[in-house]
Design a protein around this ligand. Sequence first.
Ligand code: PBG
Length: 326
Amino acid sequence: MNSNAQRPRRLRANPILRDLVRETTLSMNDFVYPLFVHYGTDLKREIKSMPGQYQLSLDRLLPEAEALAKLGVRALLLFGIPEHKDERGGGAYAKDGIVQQALRLLKQSGLPFYLVSDVCLCEYTSHGHCGLLSPEGKILNDPTLPLLTQAAVSHAEAGADMVAPSDMMDFRVAAIRAGLDAAGYADTQIMSYAAKYASAFYGPFRDAAGSTPAFGDRRSHQMDPANAREALREMQLDLDEGADIVMVKPALAYLDIIRQVKDNCRVPVAAYAVSGEYSMIEAAANLGWISRERVVYEQLTGIKRAGADLIITYHAPYMAQILGGK
Ligand code: PBG
């Protein structure tokens, strides 16, 4: 045996040394927490397939937000469940829409959150699709763009710091950027769901947001899970159109995509650990089959190690407890 040989285990011998040489660490600066704002009053309803996550009515939002701020959650991503849905998803861009009202409340509360809003039609359309439909039921790309733009501008007006289009229509980042600029919101950031896959991991979210398509699926606009190079093309188009941050979604089954996007652009990369990823961990942890603490930590570390600069995760409040708010 060569006495000069590398012995990797030497660096693992002491817990302080392990901390010193750790390449990837997590802090509350990494996380964005999604919240579901629901019409009605006095509502805090647990989402069945996402134990520990809730739909909140506007009057229950601020107490919840205060508790989250106290815990150390720093950024929120808002989704809305409106009372009325229609063919054109009017609630998505109504000035007094549910997300717009929530944004105003949070902004006026003075709580120190960075506020991100999801921009899409699917929670607001009667058919549950992300865009306008032709009479034959085809999702129409270009006619949907002005509505998404209107939604984004209405969010910025209501207090969103950043808008996050999740619809996967072509050219929507360019349309939203132009709309924001024209309305005086040149400083509002856009985080585009650049590589959003047509994933079964969104199942619990569609429960939470009531956005399951009434017919068909999302495969005509969301990406085929089998494709990696296409993600780079989507990323590049969104960057050319003015995206400030590009997102990969879901996270755990797409770590290679996160890494490739990271290596191929110069903007921050976000990853969305989606509803199904949360639910799998919670289900197994609740059965006592895995350690929640260790698995959540390991999963988020893996996503960050793969290249994510920020992670959207339903485990943000849980991480705040584990990290003691740091
Ligand atoms: C669409 C949207 C979806 C998610 C975020 N935005 C669902 C979909 O595309 O069907 C999924 C998030 C999750 O699963 O946690 N507005």
